[in-house]
Write a protein that binds this ligand. Structure first.
Ligand SMILES: Cc1cc2nc3c(=O)[nH]c(=O)nc-3n(C[C@H](O)[C@H](O)[C@H](O)COP(=O)(O)OP(=O)(O)OC[C@H]3O[C@@H](n4cnc5c(N)ncnc54)[C@H](O)[C@@H]3O)c2cc1C
Length: 416
């Protein structure tokens, strides 16, 4: 294993670091000021569109997509250090580069499983950063970490005569269900939902019951009901997390992604890269927390000496540095394995980083908050927001315990 950055990665890193210094960090406060003046807090502040235009001009665009036809064609190992840098400003930089979840996962699904019409209609504007998208799987009424519990129905109506966007396939799908914590859906630019539901709830193979279908936001029967809060905050910069109702929402049968019964497999394929991207960005969040911790420690005195001279602060900083170095190596190993043996072959490593990274980064940010005193929980430092983001990643994309269960079972199998 050789994790030396190659020439292309080095070159992109240098350009991205300069872009962060020149454009992204200064835009953090501007975005908040502009948002306060918007007609709706869910609209996109102008500075975000400026950042997108500049990133695109500089070729710092769609770096996440390994598919060279649609994206930058980087390997996971090349993308990892770049995603880490964007994690230093997780509410702005990924969006600026068109590398933000959930659009990244949705674009991957469309690139991998979409047909030509679906790619033209939805992948192209997503790649161009003209629209946003959402992924709707989780339901308030059932334990959704177990996807077999999903109750949303996607029923085929052979007699339906939908002809949307040139599709003249026979019939329609009728989508009925309630979803929540659907990231990005409060933003009016979010034009399309990828909805996971059951086309065959009685299939004996519980992993063949689900399918995924594209549901445009303006479909009659789709209602974005309310914004779900995160630790009491509305998470505007992520486009919020919405509760969405699909009440007999009809879409052309041609909106099915892949085949009927293929939803579970697509969800698995979607979550592998998504998980490593989250972990790469989390390491960037931890690096930002360490930087803030050190700057604060050397610039503030208590009881006659700088905080940096307190032994306990040394322990916090040292432990944080050691943890970040360990995590980064594991994430890079995982990226390398995904590139060399594929996502399936890297299953254990993907789960290991998803278990290890959020909880360790939560701990590092927590120490940084402590060192900042009241400032740490205030709006004047990004730490409270970083904490909330990192903490939710112990739940989103599969709670820790679900990954632990699956990893442990695979480990035990060796001895049975
Ligand atoms: C900020 C945020 C953004 C999100 N964005 C999206 C999105 O865009 N689209 C989407 O579809 N969903 C999204 N989610 C939802 C997220 O994916 C789910 O919350 C997650 O999959 C867990 O499902 P659940 O909430 O139904 O928890 P449940 O399935 O009810 O589980 C609750 C808890 O039970 C425990 N548990 C579950 N199974 C086991 C087990 N086998 N062993 C031991 N303990 C277990 C875990 O501690 C778990 O946290 C988001 C969530 C958050 C917080």
């Amino acid at each position: 294993m050789d994790f030396t950055f190659d020439a292309r990665t080095e070159e992109l890193r240098a350009r991205l670091l300069a872009f962060m210094d020149e454009y992204v960090y200064p835009a953090e406060s501007v975005a908040e000021e502009q948002r306060a003046l918007l007609a709706s807090p869910w609209d996109t502040p102008a500075v975000v569109e400026d950042l997108k235009a500049e990133a695109r001009r500089q070729g710092l665009w769609n770096l996440f997509l390994p598919d060279a036809e649609h994206g930058a064609g980087l390997t996971n190992l090349q993308y990892a250090p770049l995603a880490e840098i964007t994690g230093r400003s997780p509410h702005l930089a990924p969006t600026a580069l068109n590398c933000a979840a959930p659009d990244t996962g949705n674009m991957e699904v469309l690139a991998q499983f979409g047909d030509e019409r679906q790619k033209k209609q939805w992948l192209e504007p997503l790649l161009a950063g003209e629209i946003r998208s959402a992924f709707a799987m989780t339901e308030p009424e059932v334990a959704s970490s177990d996807a077999t519990n999903i109750t949303t129905l996607i029923e085929r109506d052979e007699g339906g005569a939908s002809r949307s966007s040139g599709a003249e396939s026979g019939g329609e799908y009728v989508v009925t269900g309630r979803k929540w914590y659907i990231s990005g859906a409060m933003n009016p630019d979010c034009r399309i939902f990828i909805v996971m539901g059951k086309t065959d709830p009685d299939a004996s193979d519980v992993r063949r019951q689900q399918s995924m279908v594209l549901v445009p936001r303006d479909t009659p029967g789709v209602t974005v009901e309310r914004a779900m809060k995160v630790f009491g905050y509305e998470d505007h910069s992520h486009g919020g997390h919405a509760e969405v109702v699909f009440d007999h929402a009809r879409v052309p049968a041609a909106n099915l992604i892949g085949e009927e019964g293929g939803g579970f497999a697509i969800a698995q394929a979607r979550l592998g890269p998504g998980r490593i991207h989250h972990c790469m960005r989390l390491i960037g969040m931890a690096e930002r927390a360490i930087e803030l911790m050190c700057r604060r420690a050397v610039s503030r005195d208590a009881f006659g000496k700088a905080l940096a001279r307190q032994g306990v602060v040394h322990n916090w900083i040292a432990d944080a540095r050691v943890t970040v170095e360990q995590l980064r190596l594991l994430v890079l190993k995982t990226a390398w394995m995904m590139d060399t043996v594929g996502n399936r072959g890297a299953h254990t490593e993907i789960q290991a980083i998803k278990i290890a990274t959020p909880r360790a980064v939560v701990d590092i940010i927590d120490r940084a908050i402590q060192l900042h005193g009241a400032g740490g929980v205030s709006q004047d430092f990004p730490l409270a927001e970083l904490y909330a983001s990192a903490r939710t990643l112990m739940i989103a994309d599969g709670p820790d315990e679900v990954h632990q269960r699956s990893l442990a079972r695979r480990e035990l199998k060796k001895y049975l």
